[in-house]
Design a binder for this molecule. Sequence first.
Ligand code: IVH
Length: 666
Amino acid sequence: MITNEIISKVKKLREELRYHSYLYYVLDKPEISDFEFDKMYRELVDFESKYPELITQDSPTQRVGGKATGDFKKVEFKKPMLSLSNAFNGKELIEFDRSVKETLNTDNIEYITELKIDGLSMNLIYEEGKLIRGLTRGDGKVGEDVTANVKTIKSIPLYIENAPPYIEIRGEVFMPRSSFVSLNEKRDAAGIMPFANCRNAASGSIRQLDPNVTASRNLDFFAYSVGETEGIEIKNQESLLNLLKKFHFKVNPNYKKINSIEKVIEIINEWQEKRHHLGYDTDGMVVKVNDFEQQNVLGATSKDPKWAIAYKYPPEEAETVVENIIVTMGRTGVLTPSADLKSVQIAGTVVKRATLHNMNFIEEKDIRIGDIVKIYKSGEIIPEISVVLKNKRTGKEKKFIMPSECPLCKHKIYRTEGEVAYRCINPDCGGVIRENLIHFASRDAMNIEGLGPAVIDGLLAYNLIENIADFYELRKDDIIQIERMGEKSAKNLLTSIENSKNRGLSKFLFALGIRHLGEKGSELISEKFKDIDVLMNASVDSIKSVSGIGNITAEHIYKYFKNEKNKKIIERLKNHGILMKLNERKSEGNAFKGHNVVLTGKLSNIGRREAGEIIKALGGNLQSTVTKTTTLVIVGENAGSKLEKAREKGIKIINENDFLKIINNK
Ligand code: IVH
């Protein structure tokens, strides 16, 4: 039976989750820890699965609830979604200003300048505050219904409080540069064509048939305008932006109100360089007449409003020469071609190399050794070749041929059907082994400090290691043979190796480098199986049944543990005392009893969530902010204001190592 108490509890949970999502995703100022948020979220999920009749479409749990529709329904706009006319220099802006003043018959014009976000425009329809539809711009008159996908964008409210009966919010869906770079890294590793830029990645992600895929792409949204509205009067662009903020949308903070076109030009110049340091792509600046009555008088053509103009920055490009094309090997044996370039300066840094991704990319652009090419920085970070200047060819350029043998082990190179990547599939290939050893020791895996590529190359050169289990059998006398390795650094390395033994099942699984199994997947698998022995004996179907683990990944996991060689290595690692169980810390007791504990900064040996759980298990009370009741602050790397506050208040501070000692009873 659903009691009033349950109804009000569910309502309260939704309000709180909505508020904390807003603090986290829109304002970037969370007040509670991820752990506390997840706990509340799970509580709501539990209620909703027990009482499905309580589920509403605007519940925070319904972001990835929508079904893949198979196609995107066409929907006509009540008000067309216009585009903007462009200006490419100051003269064209002055002409725009002159024509605005002439039509309005006044010299007093207020302008708003806004950054032009490089994504795709979106129309969000809210009825009685509820998000009912998300439409792409389409041809400006008819858009495509991508509601299920738009709902996965966490900074877009599913519900607006105190909203008018009907309002269409318009703005830009974009992909932050950090998400773009990691998405392309994953695509490269999987042998899929990378996206050329953040805009293409955003638009490809919003047009996915499966909302789960869109959700995994970390899209974001800046609101900057409205379409059709009912029951609301807005005077100007400035108050519109304030209203959007009040409705809890993310509004780009870099807008300005000014009263002369000269100041507009100053601002445009100021942002020409500054824009490279933002976390998202911008391709210009939008200049809008502030007053809505004046906007009405100015009107629009069939395509563009006459009250706004987009100034477009020239793309940052440079010309250089492809001096050579080389191949490098990744962990999964994929051979990635890269261009060695004649050094050239672009968007603030010197560029010497550009990835060529795969053979398809080289063939599509017809890139040859000796070619003169134009390069740009994709996502403002990764140097890419945009075009080959074929008219500058001399005839001496050489076509690149992918080696038919692995450059490292001479094994035949294969190209799997349906994949663009060439791969060395020899499990004993020195290149693959090296990459796997580097990955095993890396920070997000076993985090063995001092065991980077150079030391691993040294250990390989002296035949001291062949596989990951050998790390744990190294002796000081072995290590000091390596160049630049003295007694002290050898001792430190052995300590780091020893310390890595307690990373736990999830980090260990990730460290094994099983194909397609990333950090998140490793966490999901370790939460389900809890112990490596259970996982090693699991059927492929039970691995497949883990939510968030795809069939291909499950098959790779299954095969990995059926391989005799892998089994032996794991046995040896077990004998060396590597922890292969979930959360199996020896901690018990009341170490944090009576303490109000705050965790801050990045912890490198333990997940935040796990740390939080342990603190609670040991009697502590977890707090999200430092207050006068806080008694202990645990600091990781890059701790910021919370650490300062703790110092100011004279609260006891301990670092991650001290924390690990406490929980391991050392
Ligand atoms: S206002 C009727 N403001 O630029 C005016 N557009 O090239 C509608 N854009 O289709 C647009 N940032 O997708 C506006 N701050 C901003 C913008 C912006 C990016 C995009 C938008 C538009 C395109 C025109």
